[in-house]
Design a protein around this ligand. Structure first.
Ligand SMILES: [Ca+2]
Ligand SMILES: [Ca+2]
Length: 410
């Protein structure tokens, strides 16, 4: 782990950058730490009356306007109650429960696989962020003095689980304890998930991992699709079910059967692998939800297009919300974050519990990890987004985003 030799302050900041997408970080920060500033340029002017009038203007698009594109399923539009009616202490960013109405859209039935990502890379020559040597400027705004970053620490790679961590160093009362169980592995990328010498040859039907948000956006653009909004993701994950914890209902493993690929046992010490998979599983290894979507709970985390803010639900528009104008994560205020959803094979019931349909996570858009991937959506022609959903990316009349470049780190 190259960054271990740099000055402590820089180490802390660099580790924060690297660990920004560590999907098992607890979500207790938003409720307890840095106060959340008001959202600049957001949709605070939206009134509930305005929301109601928007909702009444027409019915959402429910019928598929065309045949399903290959590998995608139609998610009929409708209304639902988004969020968690009974949040735990670490789940305060899942409230308030609020009404959302969405036009119908298509969604990839599975996480994007290594085979699919390979076709994209072969067609375009695209190089992922994990395969690209970082520059000092990439850390501007996140580290007090980027000139203090040693050249030898600027190496291409990605975040992996450090399975050889020393259990005696784990003190879960310390908020930074997860730093001991993750490591930046030089040369780790989607092609070599565990670093040089590893391979995806026998994993072509597994979800692609070590993709940063910007890599996912690049794939979506190539495919003529986009990343789902957080609202689309939760609506789709529910499979038409109201007030449930999981895509299939309220019981995690009915009849003792595991219905998703997560972590059984006490994280991070013991993985009992009761579901059959220690790391990622081939997509479609478990039953789909009622919409025909696989692995909406577990396997790998999935990027959504929204910026993350813990308080967004307090002001979310009703109609086709496209997320806040900018990010704010009280746990790491200097680092912009995008939303991740669904949990992963690293999520256990004694830690992140991110495999619930309402669970929210966030990650640094520039960082990939070995347990985060994505899937795409395709809006229906004629879907009209709520123009009060002020976003840095104003969607066009078809609900597509003019700019899905993953842009700013401002
Ligand atoms: Ca598992
Ligand atoms: Ca997943």
């Amino acid at each position: 782990m190259k960054i271990s030799i740099i000055a402590p302050l820089v180490l802390l900041a660099l580790a924060a950058v690297s660990l920004a997408t560590v999907a098992v970080l607890p979500t207790d920060g938003p409720a307890r730490s840095t106060p959340v500033p008001p959202e600049a340029g957001g949709d605070a002017s939206t009134t509930s009356d305005a929301k109601l009038s928007q909702r009444a203007t027409r019915e959402p698009i429910t019928e598929a306007p065309a045949a399903d594109p290959d590998g995608m399923v139609w998610i009929p539009g409708g209304s639902f109650e988004m969020g968690n009616p009974e949040p735990g202490d670490t789940q305060k960013d899942e409230i308030p429960v609020h009404a959302v109405t969405l036009d119908g859209f298509w969604m990839d039935a599975t996480e994007v696989t290594n085979a699919e990502f390979s076709r994209f890379v072969e067609a375009t020559g695209y190089k992922t962020i994990a395969e690209t040597k970082p520059k000092r400027e990439d850390f501007a705004g996140q580290i007090p003095d980027i000139s203090t970053i040693p050249e030898e620490n600027l190496v291409a790679g990605s975040i992996c689980f450090n399975s050889e961590f020393d259990p005696s160093t784990i003190d879960k009362s310390q908020p930074l304890w997860p730093y001991a169980i993750w490591q930046h592995v030089e040369g780790a990328s989607w092609r070599e998930p565990e670093g040089p010498g590893s391979s995806i040859d026998d994993r072509m039907d597994h979800p692609v991992v070590h993709v940063a948000y910007e890599d996912a956006v690049a794939y979506c653009e190539w495919a003529g699709k986009r990343l789902p909004t957080e609202a689309e993701w939760e609506y789709a994950a529910r499979g038409g079910l109201d007030d449930v914890a999981y895509p299939w209902g309220d019981e995690r493993n009915p009849d003792g059967q595991w219905k998703h690929n997560i972590w059984q046992g006490e994280f991070p010490y013991e993985n009992k692998v009761e579901d059959g998979y220690r790391t990622s599983a081939p997509v479609k290894s478990f039953e789909p939800n009622a919409y025909g979507l696989y692995d909406m709970s577990g396997n790998v985390w999935e990027w959504c297009r929204d910026w993350y803010r813990p308080d967004y639900y307090q002001r979310s528009p009703i109609w086709n919300p496209f997320g806040p104008a900018a990010s704010f994560d009280p746990q790491e205020p200097m680092i912009p974050k995008r939303v991740q959803r669904g949990g992963s094979f690293m999520c256990s019931d004694n830690y992140c519990i991110g495999y619930r349909v309402t669970a929210r996570m966030k990650g640094d858009p520039m960082t990939g990890t070995f347990h985060c991937g994505f899937r795409c959506v395709l809006p229906a022609d004629g879907a009209e987004p709520d123009r009060t959903a002020v976003s840095e990316n104003e969607p066009d009349a078809a609900g597509r985003l003019a700019d899905v470049s993953g842009d700013s780190r401002s």
